[in-house]
Design a binder for this molecule. Structure first.
Ligand code: DON
Length: 305
């Protein structure tokens, strides 16, 4: 398996030259385009990795499935569904362009910024600090890595420049989807996006989603199977934003990308996958990461279709 992963990285390495690292969060512009790593954790909890699999990067949007999961665990599916819809928008992750000139929960989903920011308000806690700490604790638990923490430089960089998210959050408040203090909600969202991980952490989290909420390493059930199904279904249709349809065709598994260059995939009943390559396409998805997933999906017949 390790030989296969090495081969895939070698064959897909040329794609790391394409695209560009994210610059709209200035700290992310420091990423090295040539970094390329992959890790998988299979149903026997065996871990295989190649390339820069231990290189740290920030989760960015890959925290969105965790925000959705925590909102589900704290409130149940109906409450989550009432606040944020489940349909793909076919628009960029930070889109403003709501055709009906209103912001309606039914028209957004948990994987785009508005949906994820709104769902931060469903995480339980006395303060937004406590809500964030609970989210971090859950992310540490699922990854099996108690050392996960916020990359302060990325967090400050995003907080300083995150005016588009600020605007989106104020829109959510203007249209009554959220009622809490916008800056506090964003504090939780920005910190969450800035949690540092490696491909190994992503593969372990992906594996828990792949096995219906059960950690194959410990046998522990972390959450209900129906929540794994909810998250995986949304990842399948919305996880790669306006690239989700193409990804369903070419890779065919639930996955989430982040502008830090990571991709987490969950192959139901089989494995979790983490990939890192920071050069992105115009939709904010890792170019070489997707190419590697395409190859892996073909080699191991991973598509669920
Ligand atoms: O909110 C943002 O813009 C970033 N923290 C996360 C966006 C992101 O990762 C989009 N994914 N590919």
């Amino acid at each position: 398996m390790e030989a296969l992963l090495k081969q895939i990285l070698e064959d897909c390495r040329r794609y790391t030259e394409q695209g560009a690292v994210a610059t709209y969060i200035p700290e992310l512009a420091k990423a090295d385009k040539s970094d390329f790593g992959i890790c998988i954790v299979n149903e026997k909890n065996e871990c295989f990795a190649a390339g820069d699999f231990e290189k740290p990067f920030t989760m960015q949007s890959i925290i969105k499935p965790m925000i959705l999961l925590m909102a589900l665990m704290d409130n149940g599916g109906e409450a989550v569904r009432r606040l944020v819809g489940v349909e793909a928008t076919g628009k960029p992750f930070d889109s403003f362009n709501y055709s009906d000139l209103a912001l309606i929960g039914e028209h957004i989903n948990p994987m785009i910024n508005t949906g994820a920011i709104a769902l931060c308000t469903l995480i339980k806690g006395e303060s937004y600090n406590e809500r964030f700490n609970r989210l971090l604790a859950l992310t540490r638990e699922l990854s099996g890595n108690p050392l996960l923490q916020v990359d302060e430089q990325v967090y400050l960089s995003e907080k300083r420049t995150g005016n588009k998210n600020r605007a989106l959050a104020y829109m959510l408040r203007a249209y009554g989807l959220i009622s809490d203090d916008v800056e506090e909600v964003l504090e939780c969202y920005f910190r969450a996006c800035s949690i540092g991980v490696s491909t190994v952490d992503l593969a372990r989290i992906g594996s828990v989603f792949a096995h219906g909420g059960v950690d194959r390493a410990t046998g522990k059930r972390h959450f209900e199977r129906e929540y794994a199904r909810y998250v995986n279904a949304i990842l399948m249709t919305c996880g790669m934003y306006d690239g989700s349809g193409e990804f369903a065709l070419t890779v065919g598994v639930p996955a989430k990308s982040g502008v830090g260059g990571g991709v987490m995939a969950s192959v139901p009943g089989r494995m979790g996958i983490g990939i890192y390559s920071p050069a992105l396409d115009k939709k904010g998805n890792s170019i070489a990461g997707i190419k590697a997933l395409e190859r892996l999906s073909k080699e191991l017949d991973l598509s669920i279709f």
